[in-house]
Design a protein around this ligand. Structure first.
Ligand code: AMP
Length: 224
């Protein structure tokens, strides 16, 4: 099913996890600007070297770079089957530029999902987070352990990674940026009837159910 979906919410709020769930359900590709930027840093490209200290400190990369990253994916035709955006847009200028890009491509967003999670959950969720090195399945030391210790439930991999920005100091900065820069994007989408707010404090299943219901409601309200 072709859908144009934006996932929003604080760091560690479950955007990535729920984006993957939706991807499995709908078969729509995910684009994560955070992942794109981390790959630049890992590959030590010239841009990656500039971005490394920004990501390390939990700041936001310049708007133009975030906008260009998504524009490039669209130009390459990678979003023709729809998209689930994880981590973009993160500022009002990004949201406005994105509107122009969508308009130029003759596309319209279906829904912007805001996963709401109070600050008290964020620290536990981010600090305890780890990933399978092979398939990138996400786990948490206390909230979502692997079924067999040290073995990925999904692919059986035994090598796990952590994000270097999932530490207390950086998470606090990321939360500050979220409040100052990203939260103002929510009313922008709300005023256009695109925003669906879900309670992100429940289990992965419970949050996924709310998201699916929100998508169905939006589709129904448009008479599709
Ligand atoms: P995420 O994986 O979404 O948590 O993003 C990790 C980091 O990448 C953020 O803390 C920012 O430094 C950067 N980043 C990701 N997406 C954006 C964006 N749309 N605009 C600016 N910075 C971003």
């Amino acid at each position: 099913m072709k859908k144009y979906i934006v996932m929003m919410g604080p760091p560690g709020g479950g955007k990535g996890t729920q984006a993957r769930r939706l991807n499995e359900r709908l078969g729509v590709p995910i684009f994560s600007t955070g992942k794109i930027f981390r790959s630049f840093v890992k590959a030590q490209t010239p841009i990656g070297k500039e971005l490394a200290p920004i990501l390390e400190k939990g700041g936001l990369v310049p708007d133009q770079l975030a906008i260009d990253s998504i524009r490039e994916k669209m130009h390459q035709g990678l979003t023709d089957a729809g998209f689930i955006l994880d981590g973009f847009p993160r500022t009002l200028p990004q949201a406005m530029a994105f509107d122009r890009i969508l308009e130029g491509a003759g596309l319209k967003l279906d829904i912007v999902i805001d996963i709401q999670v109070p600050d008290s959950y964020i620290i536990e969720r981010t600090i305890g987070r780890f990933y399978c090195h092979t398939c990138e399945a996400e786990y948490n030391e206390t909230l979502h352990k692997t079924k067999v210790m040290g073995v990925c439930d999904v692919c059986g991999g035994t090598h796990f990674d952590r994000r270097s920005d999932d530490n207390m100091e950086t998470v606090k900065k990321r939360l500050q940026e979220y409040r100052a820069q990203t939260m103002p994007v929510l009313p922008y989408y709300e005023s256009r009837g695109l925003l669906a707010t879900v309670d992100g404090t429940g289990s992965i299943e419970a949050v996924a159910r709310q998201i699916e219901e929100s998508i169905q409601l939006k589709v129904k309200s448009r008479g599709e």
